[in-house]
Design a binder for this molecule. Structure first.
Ligand code: 16G
Length: 248
């Protein structure tokens, strides 16, 4: 069993780089071909394919084969956390701290938070992973007076939304989210294991509790590995379910 482990990991890594170079819909080698070519057992090949299928990177079609797929990151019209989203997809979330600091609101953040320029804020940047694979970089800015001491909390081990709720009684009841396409910054490309110049999706979220803007987060996802989906509700009350596609 322990002998199989490095082989399994090598095969998963090999498949990952293969998938990254293939277009969606391309076939990947069969279980048998993988076993023969990589010198692993059929069982190990099956396990590796199944793990990548769970991540949404592969799709198996009975009798046809296994194909490159795109994991759909569902975009529920709810204020769910990364931790909740990943667990709902059967993936284990984790984080790596990229940076944290105190800052004062500049003109732009003052508008976002509806506070005076100079208002104390905090900034926490994390790499978010699912089953050990980098998924997104999240740059979170929080209203300091609503979350005193947050910079001392270990947000690698804990979910931010859990901490906000448990320790600060904050339960988000409103929010705004916009999505835009961008080219990965060079440092983000390295962190997300992308090639320089690759496209990313940026999800910008502002979360509100009791009328106060508490959180502003820019989440950067690899563009080619994700798609966003949302349910579309009919327009019931003025403007509530309209989304706007605006040119910037
Ligand atoms: C989600 C939110 C992000 C929030 C994070 C908290 C989007 C686009 N963003 O990723 O704004 O800070 O969850 O996650 O969905 P956590 O509770 O797992 O730390």
């Amino acid at each position: 069993m322990t002998d199989e482990r490095p082989k399994y990991q090598r095969l998963v890594d090999h498949l990952r780089s293969l998938i990254a170079d293939l277009p969606v819909g391309a076939a990947v080698p069969s279980e048998r071909a993988l076993a023969d070519d990589s010198g692993v057992s059929r069982m190990t090949a099956r396990k590796a394919l199944a793990a990548l299928e769970r991540e949404g990177l592969l799709r198996r079609e009975v009798g046809r084969g296994t194909f490159v797929s795109r994991p759909a990151v569902s975009l529920p019209l709810m204020l769910t956390s990364f931790t909740e989203d990943m667990r709902a997809r059967g993936l284990e979330p984790s984080s790596r701290l990229l940076g944290r600091s105190a800052l004062a609101a500049d003109a732009e953040l003052a508008v976002v938070f509806d506070v005076a320029v100079g208002e104390p804020l905090v900034r926490i940047d994390r790499l978010r992973l699912a089953d050990g694979t980098p998924f997104a970089i999240e740059r979170t800015t929080l209203l300091d007076r609503a979350v005193p001491g947050i910079l001392d909390v270990d947000l690698v081990a804990a979910s931010l939304y859990d901490v906000l709720e448990r320790e600060h009684g904050i339960h988000f009841d409103a929010g705004r989210q916009s999505i835009r396409a961008a080219i990965a910054r060079p440092d983000d490309a390295t962190t997300l294991e992308l090639a320089p110049g690759d496209a990313v999706l940026e999800l910008v979220r502002t979360s509100i509790a009791g009328g106060t803007v508490i959180e502003h987060t820019v989440s950067t996802y690899p563009g080619a590995r994700f798609e966003l989906s949302a349910s579309i509700a009919p327009v019931t009350a003025a403007g509530t379910s309209r989304s706007a596609l605006r040119a910037r």
